[in-house]
Design a protein around this ligand. Structure first.
Ligand code: PMP
Length: 418
């Protein structure tokens, strides 16, 4: 298009946007929330899972206090997700984020060599990453260093350089499978390099948030290599602490979360938890074991989630593909994940915040632009996360059409000004 054609086209798009302004929508594709149809898949967890035996395999009365590490059968079941033994598995309450926060809080303040004694504490933050990880670090006063993701995990050359040189870098977060929001899974090579790399800090730790470990969208199932095993082989068994939860298997409001780590790490963490509570909700743990049973049953349930979720991801891709091809393919790039809950858009530089604002102005809520970067700061202003899970298909279609209009409008305006 020459300049005149571009201006004509922009006017045409603006007219379309003006129609949206006249009758704003009320749609959100901001957060990775399961839809009501997905929640229905686990109604039987509450309504049909009858507890006939109030005792756990390790003879705890699940109605009573006790069993801080979780009931044995739950530790066993979560061990199948974490590749850990019963002793290496700790089963907590309904939120893995809470377990991550408790871990960081422990390492900062109550560990035998607390990080807070040092002037600065820094973390490596593979970006674009999960905004709630960044909120946690910021809240605890941990300085964040963004490191770019490559499509197979973080840029390891940069990670190795930083971690081997700076003793104030105490750790890093990673979402190894179907990263929030880029959808990528770490390669075997990245796992090995993370396990083996030299760290200037003696107690460097990797918080391995495997929130999407079994959350495939199709038969193309990605799996990250066993990090604890790799760390053990490299002589760094204490380096990794893994997290999973059933938030997006059963019910996010009433699920179960777990930690997997070396027994030494686990005992330290459990000691810290013992100052916070007597025990987590063992009845819910038992219910989850009766409902989820084993890996096969979990995988069956996850494929039912995929049946509901996959069409939404297909819509997102189909609508973006229909708009942004040929001449306009440089306006935006997007991910086509094989699992997880998100699609990540890379817009032209300087466009993302304006696109999200224009969407907000017509009643469509997206995650704040660039939120996937530490402190929400991304000098390129080119990052938008889409969370298509919660919206109904027809709302999602409307939101995606409007998003394409906003992307075109903002990008053309920018090109014409530049
Ligand atoms: N980690 C990641 C990477 C997530 O995307 C989410 C949910 N959006 C969570 C953790 C939340 O986990 P939980 O519900 O177990 O606290």
């Amino acid at each position: 298009m020459n300049k005149e054609e571009m201006e004509d086209h922009l006017n045409h798009i603006k007219a379309q946007y003006a129609l949206y302004e006249e009758r704003p929508f009320e749609i959100t594709i901001a957060r990775g929330i399961p839809s009501t149809n997905q929640l229905k898949l686990s109604e039987a967890l509450i309504n049909e899972t009858k507890i006939e035996n109030w005792y756990s395999d390790d003879e705890l009365d699940i109605r009573n206090y006790g069993g801080l590490f979780g009931i044995e059968e739950a530790r066993k079941l979560f061990g199948t997700l974490l590749n850990t033994t019963i002793e290496e598995t700790f089963v907590g309450g309904n939120s893995s984020l809470q377990l991550m926060y408790a871990t960081l809080n422990h390492l900062m303040y109550t560990a035998s060599n607390p990080w807070s004694k040092e002037e600065t504490v820094k973390f490596i933050c593979p970006s674009p990453g999960y905004d709630r990880h960044w909120f946690m670090l910021e809240h605890l006063g941990i300085e964040m260093i963004p490191v770019e993701l490559t499509g197979k995990g973080p840029d390891m050359e940069t990670v190795e350089k930083l971690v081997s040189q700076d003793p104030s870098i105490k750790g890093m977060f990673i979402v190894p499978t179907y990263n929030n929001p880029t959808g990528e899974t770490v390669s075997d090579e990245v796992v090995d390099r993370l396990a083996q790399m030299h760290s200037a800090s003696e107690d460097f730790v990797i918080l391995w948030d495997n929130a999407y470990v079994v959350h495939h969208l199709s038969e193309l199932k990605e799996e990250a290599k066993d990090i604890l095993e790799a760390c053990k082989s490299a002589g760094n068994p204490e380096r990794v602490i893994q997290y999973v939860s059933t938030s997006k298997m059963t019910l996010p409001g009433s699920g179960v979360a777990a930690i997997g780590a070396s027994t030494k790490r686990m005992n330290e963490l459990a000691l810290d938890f013992s100052k916070q509570l007597i025990s987590f909700d063992k009845i819910n743990q038992k219910r989850h074991v009766l409902f989820l049973k084993d890996r096969e049953t979990i995988d069956d349930l996850m494929s039912k989630h995929a049946e509901i979720l996959a069409p939404k991801f297909e819509w997102v891709d189909a609508i973006l593909s229909a708009y942004f091809h040929g001449e306009r393919s440089s306006f935006v790039k997007w991910t086509k994940p094989n699992g997880g809950y998100f699609v990540h858009l890379t817009t032209q530089d300087g466009c993302a915040a304006e696109i999200v604002q224009r969407m907000k102005d017509i009643g469509i809520e997206l995650t704040p632009a660039n939120a996937a970067y530490p402190y929400g700061i991304n000098a390129r202003d080119n990052s938008i996360r889409l969370a298509p899970s919660f919206a109904k298909l027809d709302d999602l279609e409307i939101a995606m059409e409007a998003l394409c209009v906003c992307i075109e409008m903002v990008t053309l305006e920018k090109i014409l000004i530049d």
